[in-house]
Design a protein around this ligand. Sequence first.
Ligand SMILES: Cc1cc2nc3c(=O)[nH]c(=O)nc-3n(C[C@H](O)[C@H](O)[C@H](O)COP(=O)(O)OP(=O)(O)OC[C@H]3O[C@@H](n4cnc5c(N)ncnc54)[C@H](O)[C@@H]3O)c2cc1C
Length: 446
Amino acid sequence: MEGQLTGWGRTAPTTARLCAPTTADEAAAALRGAGGRGAVARGLGRSYGDAAQNAGGTVLDMTRLAAVRSLDLAQGLVEVEAGISLDRLMRLLLPFGWFVPVTPGTRHVTVGGAIGADIHGKNHHVSGSFSRHVTRMRLLTADGGTHELLPGEELFDATTGGMGLTGVILDATIRLLPVSTSLMTVDTERAHDLDDLMDRLETTDHRYRYSVAWIDLVARGAATGRAVLTRGEHATADLLSPRQLADPLAFRPRSLPAVPRGIPGGLLRTATVGAFNELWYRKAPRERRGQLQRIGAFFHPLDGVPDWNRVYGRAGFLQYQFVVPYGQEATLRSIVEQLSRHGCPSFLAVLKRFGEGGPGWLSFPMPGWTLALDLPAGVPGLGPLLDRLDEQVLAAGGRVYLAKDSRMRPQTLSGMYPRLAEFRALRQRIDPHGALTSDLARRLAL
Ligand SMILES: Cc1cc2nc3c(=O)[nH]c(=O)nc-3n(C[C@H](O)[C@H](O)[C@H](O)COP(=O)(O)OP(=O)(O)OC[C@H]3O[C@@H](n4cnc5c(N)ncnc54)[C@H](O)[C@@H]3O)c2cc1C
């Protein structure tokens, strides 16, 4: 069946042959029969750009390969097929007192997508990225063979963050995190400008497992970079009320009605976003300690509004996420000022500190500051502005995140990922005819 696909940002639709294998053999057959335009795996399509698209080729929807193979409750190890979502894993595991080791800002991603992009969460400074917690995986390569891979092996490390281009992940074993309740204990505070924010994060982040700051990118002048910090930890049972203690591991995330189709573009102007941001900043307490929040509210507030990406109208939106190493704070400051001066209407701009990077060859995180912001694709002058920012990120020794990208130039990319040449050489060796490819791979010559 042919179908049109986009990433979460809903820009650059392309048409591909879609197939949804239900067994590893069907996935291998689809890969073998893909033809000259090749194939790529797709999870829940939560990467923002074109990573899980393949114009004129085949896209393997992996979400029907979603079985739980085994669950070791004593050791906290789960073996799953790669198309299972983190949402389903959480629903299954929380009642047993186990949690996923890393979760992004949405639960609606698959394990395959989490490994393919080597995703990070609010706990990167403590726990690293998702693949650090993968103890083995099975990969289907372009020659139709399957490979059992362990951390430290070349193909394992190239696959973690390899954006689906080394093969199709069939299954994986994940080490889980023990929790005694399904609530979070959360500290919230406001920072009145960027320096204040960075100072607070630098001096106190080590006390928290989870940490993130929302920045008001519309604020200018002395308020540039004002922010709300939200940091937390899994709550222990002694913090719960008697009512909460009746079911301490309950996990029943709530959902609001979906955003309707056909919202006109251009709704998100700087003025409207500015008013929203003002409200959001003022609504946050100056300082509040130990508030109990549900997992959904703390980690995945946007999941409560299905299809919220339609808010950006037909033109869609993009997310710009980069990291600059510690010591390059001047670049971060300058980028925040430039974005703020440009009048970029962004509701969502988050800053966090990364810890050690992982061994993934194209894995994004490195020790440093990472800023992620959603931007309507139609902002005048956005392309040239982001090209200039890419150059500054590169000059500072940083990089842009492939799972969010939809517009970077290939020349910029190769300077950002020092192991890209090795990655290309490995792909050439194990997949000489380019059976695995994607729109992202073609656009950036991965
Ligand atoms: C609201 C929101 C918040 C987010 N927050 C974060 C965040 O905090 N941190 C973060 O790191 N990311 C974040 N993301 C991005 C998201 O975590 C990644 O894009 C993730 O890869 C999406 O998983 P998916 O299953 O939807 O994969 P897709 O988007 O469908 O695919 C992503 C990549 O993985 C590959 N892939 C998918 N399945 C397989 C497989 N079985 N085998 C091999 N390759 C495969 C695809 O080929 C593609 O290259 C966020 C996205 C959204 C929409």
